[in-house]
Design a protein around this ligand. Sequence first.
Ligand code: GLN
Length: 483
Amino acid sequence: MHQLTLAEIARGLADKSFSSEELTGALLSRIKQLDPQLNSFITVTETQALEQARAADARRAAGETGALLGAPIAHKDLFCTNGVRTSCGSKMLDNFTAPYDATVVAKLAEAGMVSLGKTNMDEFAMGSANESSHYGAVKNPWNLEHVPGGSSGGSAAAVAARLLPATTGTDTGGSIRQPAALTNLTGLKPTYGRVSRWGMIAYASSLDQGGPLARTAEDCALLLQGMAGFDAKDSTSVDEPVPDFSANLNASLQGLRIGLPKEYFGAGLDPRIAGLVQASVKELEKLGAVVKEISLPNMQHAIPAYYVIAPAEASSNLSRFDGVRFGYRCEDPKDLTDLYKRSRGEGFGAEVQRRIMVGTYALSAGYYDAYYVKAQQIRRLIKNDFVAAFNDVDVILGPTTPNPAWKLGAKSADPVAAYLEDVYTITANLAGLPGLSMPAGFVDGLPVGVQLLAPYFQEGRLLNIAHRYQQVTDWHTRAPNGF
Ligand code: GLN
């Protein structure tokens, strides 16, 4: 049963080949058996999952239908879940039980999804390797000595290892697309504002966006349908009609204009990945697409701008964790200053502390104009580049990452080396655009992803292209050995 995609599960539940309770039980025992190798879960909610499964079966028996009714999911551990620990991968929130559900969690539960638990992640979603979690590194099921990508590394590893068919993730600078690429999954970062951020513990609020990780574009369409929509509780949620994402999956690609940015294919890109990207372009040409070279001239400034803006917002968002109201508090504080200092010093890991220092520095009087304002100006130029490019093309295609998954520990001593891995993904966050990564081949037995970017609110176009591509390729169907 663990081999089934979400779409296949929907059919199996509808025609009563199995019940949600049977499926849930089977996946829970698979998690118990295999997750010790991967460390992809922080919390498994067995009792609650079985209760939810029985409730879904009862709803179906009473005549209710729906693709997600009774289907399994697990949430990245930064989505607040009522009554369940929500740790954000941090010692700071190790003892935090959320008193309410995030909108995404509530919407998927209303649709009848069964939550199996909370997945491991980089601490406060900062990272590209899932090595900064307080709960230990996550391993890549394709090679247990390699990282799965981050920060949604637990969500990705669990789906790649067929522990369950789908998970939620969040993407501030690539954390859905990059781990999807490194573990052979399809991952979608929606347009900023498409999915409510309410109840998602904030990293960088102007960049954060939740979205689905699954094996196929078809499954991402089902999940996005359940997650998307206006939410009055999130002031940056956009009141835009949500289309039927599954309805358009098979639309023709005849005449689709694909832009290949010349800046994507320079030094720094593994030539074997460049070859696989070109091969994916050939497949799409066979389906009727036409290809055009384009330019995104300000792309070279994206990493420096992002690594000012994201830490600046993080330093502000994380100031609430002070040992006073909730979360970790140090033992026997001498006075209030000691309480603040030691609670934060002991509760936050090294990467989080580094980002808080960078962010506080960039926002301080005297440096604000030189760093933060400058970075925001660059952000606007990057957005303008995309708006101009989308006058000529319907979609932009390129690699998701410059390299395949690296060995655990290989970049831990050099944070900038890890930051450089985000070069292709962070521009979509800076501009607020939707992006999707899909499986496109292997290098040394490790998966490679191709990224598609579309104009605002055109998630349906991304899913359509990826689905058509997945009808004529089989990369996405390959499973790692031993899983
Ligand atoms: N790697 C990027 C960072 O560390 C992106 C993380 C994310 O998307 N959450 O900021």
